[in-house]
Design a protein around this ligand. Structure first.
Ligand SMILES: [Zn+2]
Length: 239
């Protein structure tokens, strides 16, 4: 029997009463079969939910059979708040989408756990979601460059360009960018934020709204993705 520890990032019904769960761990994404998980007398009932931090004892090669599962953390606060939960589902969808590709799990897995702990605790949690998205760009190799023109390395009069993936100087700025300086500063601040050495995060709603659109646009342009949860969230928060 093998032991796994990780976050359930997705679950789907399987046959009449079973479930398949996708668990993100330090070594990547694994799928497991929870036999009879949807039956009322199942020991797994209630623990199969997406976004639980679990320890799993399983056997089998391709589709592993769960023998026993312990919940380490269930993030009750996140699950209680619909917007918060939807923001988190957006992050989990991104992980699911990129887990088989470029992602370095040694870095992205512990980072996800840290962000989930923050989001669970903080009332002002949105910057931590944005921080996750900003740093994930680095882990996916499409990180923005903030300190110099991406083309000529000039460091004066820079503006942010989504298409160029960072700052551009006057000579290399092709079109006027719609994003305010505050928005780019917040993006940069969150991108470099050190969770081991936390400083206070001060933001205004309008800057958060702007950054939401910038991140959406950046992810669409460089990674061609908009998550389903992001679309759902739009209905909840109005932008
Ligand atoms: Zn330049």
């Amino acid at each position: 029997m093998d032991v796994y520890e990780g976050i359930i990032i997705k679950h789907i019904d399987y046959k009449e009463s079973s479930q398949i769960i996708y668990v993100y761990t330090q070594t990547g994404l694994f799928s497991f079969l929870l036999r009879g998980a949807n039956k009322m007398n199942s020991p797994f009932l209630g623990s199969k939910n997406t976004l639980s931090y679990v320890k799993i004892y399983a056997s089998g090669k391709s589709l592993k059979n769960v023998k026993e599962m312990e919940i380490i953390k269930s993030y009750p606060n996140i699950k209680l708040h619909l917007n918060k939960y939807t923001y988190v589902l957006h992050m989990l969808e991104l992980i699911y989408h990129f887990a088989d590709g470029e992602l370095n799990h040694d870095k992205s897995y512990p980072f996800l756990i840290k962000i989930l702990d923050k989001v669970e605790l903080e009332a002002e949690y949105v910057p931590y979601i944005n921080m996750f998205e900003a740093k994930l760009l680095y882990l996916l190799g499409v990180n923005p460059l903030f300190h110099e023109c991406v083309i000529c390395k000039d460091t004066h009069d820079l503006t942010f360009s989504i298409e160029e993936g960072g700052m551009t100087c006057v000579d290399h700025t092709l079109k006027k960018q719609p994003y305010s300086e505050e928005c780019i500063q917040l993006f940069e601040f969150l991108y470099y934020y050190d969770l081991q050495n936390p400083s206070s995060i001060e933001t205004e709603t309008k800057t958060i709204m702007e950054l939401r659109h910038l991140l959406d646009e950046y992810y669409m342009y460089h990674l061609n993705i908009k998550t389903k949860s992001r679309t759902v969230l739009e209905g909840f928060i109005g932008y």
